[in-house]
Design a protein around this ligand. Structure first.
Ligand code: S3P
Length: 454
């Protein structure tokens, strides 16, 4: 591929080049699609499949950089994993105590989930390890995991700022369970402590201030590992082993979200998104869009491998601004960049509060989205813990994604209602969660091209 060439391949792989998206204004989304596999479940399938006794087959695995970083980390710890081929993997589990010391640092790219979950899992191993990541991941807070892990007896060194690299001294047999009330609603922190609890003496109990995604708990149960859930408390002990299981990963509702919003804001849209995971800890996007007046039908509900799945039918409907209920924030935590675009198209004012966590995601999603929307002429006022957005026309212009996949895709969707072209710089990271985005969005009706620059 040469500088400035327009990409035709479905997966953009050259990370040394910078990718720019250009969206022509207007259009509508129509047709049927199956978006790629759920990122959270894909990470967990590798982790638990590796620790299981026996062979685990995974279908629907997300072949994108974040989940592939987890896969590589387990290969580096001696696990034989075949694939992925068309989303299928075969993991030859090594058992709970079968991981081997990695020869090098484990590089986790952009993936916060990999780093935070692995920190808990590796704290109780019989070997030392070092976890590193890219620039964005190296700036993200890790004390939220290292502090509670330290009270369990873990030995993990961070930088002075509490960031990666994480230097983990394995303390096999020396961790002790804790009873931890999480100060923030975080599935990554909860999952990290549960994984550490599988190696700790006594009971590890985590209480969440609000429900967060429970894929770790569900998948542990699917692997026959005992986990106890009582209200907002989940507890685990070291008594148990994992039995290999087949996993069918549904489509990621966080990737479907771009099209749910796109079809809701673009007149004439009518879209069917197939086989989407609708775990109730993830469906805040549907609830919020419906409160705004969206027309979304949940069809053909079924359970696949312990997770609820459905087809989502979305038809254009004029939206109205709302105050987003705070209890829905953790249930839609990754969807706010694109919900801000919906808000710009919704009559009146939309106000988000209680979402300060957005400031420490792959980018500061409050500031970066407010800056970009303002460039496009939208009245978007950032606040400490959210944003206030007035409806208004979306203009054209050039925005930056700050290396954040969800920002890049959200501004692409804004093009459906823009009145001039939008250029989005720094879109390489779309590959972390949704390498097929450009091709799929184009097939469904978005007029988007990619430009690669040296
Ligand atoms: C994730 C949990 C969430 C979410 C992230 C994936 C997970 O993070 O934002 O994209 O897989 O557990 P927090 O736990 O930091 O809210």
């Amino acid at each position: 591929m040469h500088g400035n060439a327009f990409l035709t391949s479905s997966i953009i792989i050259n990370m040394s080049k910078s990718i720019t998206f250009q969206v022509q204004p207007g259009g509508k989304l129509q047709g049927e699609a199956r978006v790629p596999g759920d990122k959270s479940m894909s990470h967990r399938s590798i982790m638990l499949g590796s620790l299981a006794e026996g062979v685990t087959h995974v279908k629907g695995f997300l072949e994108a950089e974040d989940a592939l970083a987890t896969l590589q980390a387990f290969r580096d710890m001696g696990v034989e994993i075949e694939g992925p081929v068309n989303g299928e993997l075969t993991i030859h589990g090594v058992g709970k105590h079968g991981l081997k010391a990695p020869k090098n640092d484990l590089y986790l790219g952009n993936s916060g989930t990999s780093m935070r979950l692995l920190s808990g899992l590796l704290a109780g191993q019989a070997f030392n390890s070092v976890l590193t990541g890219d620039k964005s991941l190296s700036g993200r807070p890790m004390k939220r995991v290292t502090e509670p892990l330290a009270t369990m007896g873990a030995d993990i060194k961070t930088t002075e700022r509490g960031t990666a690299p994480l230097h983990i001294t394995g303390r096999a047999g020396q961790l002790t369970g804790i009873d931890y009330a999480m100060p923030i609603a975080s599935a990554q922190v909860k999952s990290c402590l549960l994984l550490a609890g599988m190696y700790a003496q006594g009971v590890t109990c985590v209480t969440e201030p609000a429900p967060t995604r429970d894929h770790t708990e569900r998948m542990l149960a699917g692997f026959n590992y005992p986990v106890k859930q009582e209200g907002n408390k989940v507890s685990i002990t070291a008594e148990g082993s994992l039995t290999a299981a087949d996993i069918d990963v549904p489509s990621d509702i966080s990737s479907a979200a771009f099209f749910l919003v796109g079809a809701s804001i673009a007149p004439g849209s009518d879209l069917l998104l197939k086989h989407v995971g609708i775990n109730p800890t993830r469906t805040g996007i549907i609830d919020i869009l419906r409160l705004m007046g969206a027309n979304i039908e949940v069809l053909n509900e079924r359970t696949v491998g312990g997770e609820p799945v459905a087809d989502l039918h979305v038809v254009y409907s004029p939206l109205k601004g709302i105050d987003i209920p705070e209890h829905l924030v953790p249930l839609a935590i990754d969807e706010f960049p694109v919900l801000f675009v919906a808000a710009a198209c919704a009559e009146g004012q939309t106000r988000l509060t209680g979402a300060e966590e957005l400031r420490v995601k792959e980018s500061d999603r409050i500031q970066v989205m407010a800056d970009g929307l303002q460039i496009l002429g939208v009245d978007a006022q950032p606040t400490e813990d959210g944003m206030i957005i007035q409806s208004g026309p979306i203009g054209g212009g050039e925005v930056i994604s700050h290396g954040d996949h969800r920002i890049a895709m959200s501004f692409s969707i804004a093009g459906l209602r823009a009145d001039a072209p939008i250029t989005i710089r720094d879109c390489e990271n779309v590959n972390t969660s949704f390498p097929e985005f450009r091709d799929l969005a184009t097939r469904l009706g978005l007029n988007l091209v990619c430009r690669e620059e040296a």
